[in-house]
Design a binder for this molecule. Structure first.
Ligand code: AGP
Length: 352
């Protein structure tokens, strides 16, 4: 079938305008509103033999790239709405949007768990149970120590939930060992302070900084970028490295600085490949790798390398975020901005 542009100049323009029809076609024959009791239901013939199994699943995992990933992200909350345990994570315990979600979860009969840093806060009071972060008072608007403690609390929560399964006992023990050694590893990574200050001097005049992460360290990329934008007032974006070819690669040139987190875990070889591809496009790379891995991540010797200590994979984000916190801090000071009270921001967002 010959598809032409009709009255439109471009296919994209045509396809944008076609959406009322395409959506109608998507739903045709699937929305059932008739019947004696006027019951409204959805009929998805392709799933009919599997619906029972899907309903019994403990979780539903969506997989997609680029715009399809975004579509899955957009649909995720409707699935979560059906879940019956909700965990509320908040340093202050007073964030209005989190509280509103808690109110909703309580109204809908969910078991509500609070993870906060503030004894007696609204979230601590209104949840059924919870775990205090106990990170100590955090004054700076940019959350740093609360973030790393939140990860640790959630890891401990996972250990507690999985405590009765024999199959992953070795894994649980490795994580517990990792937790035990974590504070001294964080102490070690803090020694990168001067190195991060030097890096900040190089980046002081930049307008943008990308941070590529994957797996456990996608969160590190998002959090590092959040720190840079909120205190250093520099545009920064955390990017899922697997998404690189689905859009972000177009931004890469010899000027835009890109941090690639490539510490040792099951994603390492994929991150090595990302580094090679970014290098092939003359990307200006700053690679974060595990101590001793400099040679494995330097392509052509041109990238700058940040070496960090290794911990068990699921706790590595606690280590990896630290150099990015330091970088954001030094960038802010060097650019002359207010570190503890960035413009337009409040420590706790208590209004919507
Ligand atoms: C973090 O650096 C920010 N200041 C901000 O994103 C903060 O984490 C968010 O407002 C949630 O606050 P809460 O943890 O107190 O709920």
């Amino acid at each position: 079938e010959q598809i032409n542009k009709g009255k439109y100049e471009h296919y994209m323009q045509k396809e944008i305008h076609e959406q009322p029809e395409s959506l109608t076609t998507t739903m045709r024959g699937r929305l059932i509103r008739a019947g004696s009791c006027k019951a409204k239901t959805v009929l998805l013939g392709g799933l009919k033999d599997h619906l029972k199994t899907i309903r019994r699943s403990r979780r539903i995992v969506f997989v997609g790239c680029g715009t399809s990933y975004n579509a899955a992200l957009a649909a995720r909350s409707i699935v979560e709405e059906l879940s019956d345990t909700a965990v509320f994570v908040s340093q202050s315990g007073e964030t209005a949007d989190t509280l509103l979600a808690l109110e909703y979860a309580l109204e809908n009969g969910a078991l509500c768990v609070g993870i906060t840093n503030t004894v007696g806060s609204a979230i601590a009071r209104h949840t059924h149970c919870g775990v205090h972060i106990n990170a100590g008072c955090e004054i700076g608007v940019a959350s740093t120590k609360a973030y790393t403690s939140q990860i640790v609390v959630m890891a401990m929560l996972a250990l507690a939930i999985g405590a009765d399964t024999l199959s992953n006992q070795a894994r649980r023990e490795a994580i517990i060992d990792g937790l035990f050694y974590l504070p001294r590893k964080v102490k070690a990574v803090l020694k990168l302070d001067e190195e991060m200050k030097d890096l900040a001097k190089l980046l002081i005049a930049e307008q943008s900084l990308l941070v590529f992460g994957r797996g456990y360290n996608y969160a590190s990329a998002l959090e590092g970028a959040l720190k840079v934008k909120e205190v250093a007032l520099m545009h920064s974006e955390g990017i899922l490295a697997g998404e690189m070819k689905h859009g972000p690669l177009a931004l890469v040139d010899e000027n835009l600085p890109i941090v690639v987190i490539a510490t040792r875990d099951s994603c390492f070889s994929k991150q090595q490949s990302v580094i090679q591809q970014l290098h092939a496009r003359k990307g200006r790379l700053i690679v974060m790798c595990t101590e001793g891995d400099k040679a494995s991540v330097s392509v052509g010797g041109s990238s700058r390398v940040i070496e960090v200590p290794q911990v068990v994979d699921c706790l590595q984000p606690v280590i990896n975020v630290v150099p990015l916190q330091l970088l954001a801090y030094h960038l802010t000071v060097l650019r002359g901005y207010n570190v503890d009270q960035p413009r337009n921001l409040a420590k706790s967002v208590t209004t919507q």
